[in-house]
Design a binder for this molecule. Structure first.
Ligand code: SAH
Length: 566
């Protein structure tokens, strides 16, 4: 099993610093199923290549299996594992280049931090889905991909291709990202049918995929395959990704061929972790024990990322994803407002719209988004084509941009902008303010947005939570913006936390509830009346924070309506 990594950065031998492996030596690393070696077939100023070779001992591989699941077939001794770059190589890579994967390099920090010219070659890679899948998975990450199907037998071309490809990746990529991508994607391409998936695989996936997986167009397929199609774990991973990005929800739709009910547990062996897990996985373990694994995960009180949002059970055992808490907070706030007509501005895949339709008190529910793809998705999620007439009459979905005045936005008790403002370019924000607060002028506006101060609690996050975010605000910045809006358009505002309100850095999501000054009910009433019906906090109990009202002198602002936005 072989993987080579080449660079032409000058001097190319700096690759040794980045990988933390000296180019002059052959180094060995024992694995529970064999030996990994790192050596440099070439190490010059212009070009340097590091090779990771893995010798798998099939006997050790068999011995490291779970003894409780005896397997007397020949297949456990005679298989492709010693030859094909699969999950075993991924695990060896993760182990041998552990420091390089973090992107830390004291002697060459700038080189480790940025993209460098790289060429990665895998001569034999099992690839279920053929060369096309390798293109699909690596190209969105910035690689030029050369994937060649290997024939079953060179002597007999008429037998056709094998499921193996020769893969060459070329591109300007940060070395740590490249290593993490290989770590996740090698087993995904291999997609061995049965392998052990331990509860900590979700952590490993999130850690390695944190910065690129949430926005990968095939994140659904990657996550499902990485987790060996264990549906409950896949859900957990999506929930975690959803905390980092926002609209990952769409991938939660189970693909047709993967029926969660079909996942039958056949054993209950407690498991260690680490390399054994990998060895067993590679040995194409049966599905023993996965049910326990899932329960163990669900029973842990919060992820490694530290962004724990725990539910209300006494042991804090049930952890609910942030996008669920957000939805509940917005629903509770709308219910507390006595609003019956609601427009969801930037409705995405229509989760809030769907929840509002479930509640008959909302007599008119509208979803707007600039993205036709999001709207098509929402229509599918809401089963628009099969929706009963009475419900259908309460619903409207249409395409629109929040930075252009639109008469269709007007006439609602409340408007919601849930995780939307941060997607708007800062110079366009004032247009959005004019359109929503100036022209549409609903009685209430609910705005939620990430609290950037909380990002330090996400272990694997560097940069913003979602690649499409144009900015993320601190609590003070959000308050300053809201106060400005109130001053210009005659609203009052109060602020509520969503998720764990961390004493140091605040909650992961911040929410502002605006009310038209002078109107009655909710935050629009007298100063100090929260009237929001409370907000579901991370601990699962209802709390009303504040209100931190910003009073304005009642400037109506209606005269500005629609003026000047383009
Ligand atoms: N509110 C949803 C979706 C948030 S993602 C949720 O909380 O899950 C942000 C959404 O805002 C995307 O669907 C995006 O298409 C939409 N959006 C971004 N800028 C917009 C604009 N200028 N006008 C309308 N929609 C916009």
């Amino acid at each position: 099993m072989l993987l080579t990594i080449s660079t032409t950065v000058r001097p190319a031998t700096d690759l040794g610093f980045l990988l933390h492996k000296h180019p002059d030596r052959v180094q060995e690393f024992g694995q529970s199923y064999g030996v990994a070696r790192v050596l440099y077939p070439e190490a010059g100023e212009e070009r340097c290549t590091a090779a990771l070779m893995l010798d798998v001992d099939p006997i050790r591989l068999v011995r490291s299996r779970d003894r409780a699941t005896p397997d007397y077939t020949l297949g456990q001794y005679v298989n492709d594992r010693p030859y094909a770059a699969s999950s075993l190589l991924a695990v060896a890579l993760a182990d041998v280049f552990r420091t390089a994967r973090t992107g830390r390099c004291a002697s060459r920090p700038e080189l480790a931090a940025g993209p460098i010219p790289l060429e990665i070659t895998l001569p034999v890679l099992p690839c279920r889905g053929g060369p096309g899948l390798a293109h699909r998975l690596f190209e969105p990450l910035g690689w030029r991909v050369e994937a060649t199907a290997l024939p079953l037998d060179e002597e007999f071309p008429e037998w056709g291709d094998s499921r193996y490809v020769r893969l060459v990746l070329r591109g300007e990529v940060r070395l740590a990202d490249a290593l993490n991508q290989l770590y996740v994607l090698l087993p995904v391409l291999d997609d061995a049918k049965h392998y052990w998936v331990a509860p900590d695989e979700v952590d490993k996936l999130i850690r390695a995929g944190g910065s690129w997986l949430a926005s990968h167009p095939d994140r659904g397929l990657i996550t499902r395959r990485y987790l060996g199609r264990r549906w409950a774990l896949t859900r957990t991973a999506f929930a975690r990704l959803a905390e980092i990005g926002d609209d990952v929800e769409e991938d939660l739709e189970p693909p047709v061929e993967e029926d969660p009910a079909a996942e039958v547990a056949t054993g209950d062996h407690a498991r260690k972790d680490g390399e054994d897990t990998a060895a067993e996985r590679a040995a194409e373990e049966g599905s023993v024990g996965e049910d326990l694994a899932e329960k163990e995960y669900a029973g842990r009180s919060g992820p490694a990322s530290g962004a724990s949002q725990e539910g209300s059970s006494p042991a804090g055992a049930v952890r609910r994803p942030l996008n669920t808490l957000r939805l509940e907070a917005v629903l509770a706030t709308l219910e507390g407002l006595d609003a019956s007509t609601v427009i969801d501005l930037g409705c995405g895949s229509g989760r809030l719209v769907g929840a509002l339709l479930e509640r008959p008190r909302f007599t008119r529910v509208t979803g707007v988004d600039v993205s036709s793809r999001a709207l098509a998705f929402a229509a599918r999620r809401l089963k628009l084509d099969r929706m009963p007439e009475r419900r259908r009459e309460r619903l409207e979905l249409f395409q629109g941009a929040l930075t252009y005045t639109d008469a269709r936005f007007a006439g609602y008790d409340a408007a919601v902008l849930m995780e939307v403002v941060e997607h708007v370019d800062p110079p366009r924000l004032d247009a959005l303010e004019r359109v929503v607060f100036g022209a549409a002028r609903p009685g209430h506006v609910i705005v939620t947005t990430p609290n950037v101060e909380h990002n330090v609690r996400y272990e694997s996050l560097d940069g913003m939570r979602h690649p499409d975010h144009r900015f993320e605000w601190t609590r003070a910045e959000f308050r300053a913006w809201a106060a400005k809006v109130c001053g210009e358009y005659g609203y009052r505002v109060e602020f509520l936390p969503i998720g764990d309100d961390d004493p140091e850095v605040g909650p992961p999501t911040q929410m502002a509830l605006f009310g038209l000054a002078g109107a009655s009910g909710g935050s629009g009433g007298t100063e100090g009346s929260a009237g929001t019906g409370g907000v579901v906090s991370a601990a699962g109990h209802t709390s009303v924070r504040g209100p931190v009202s910003v009073n304005t002198d009642g400037h109506a602002g209606a005269g500005d309506a629609g003026g000047g936005d383009d």
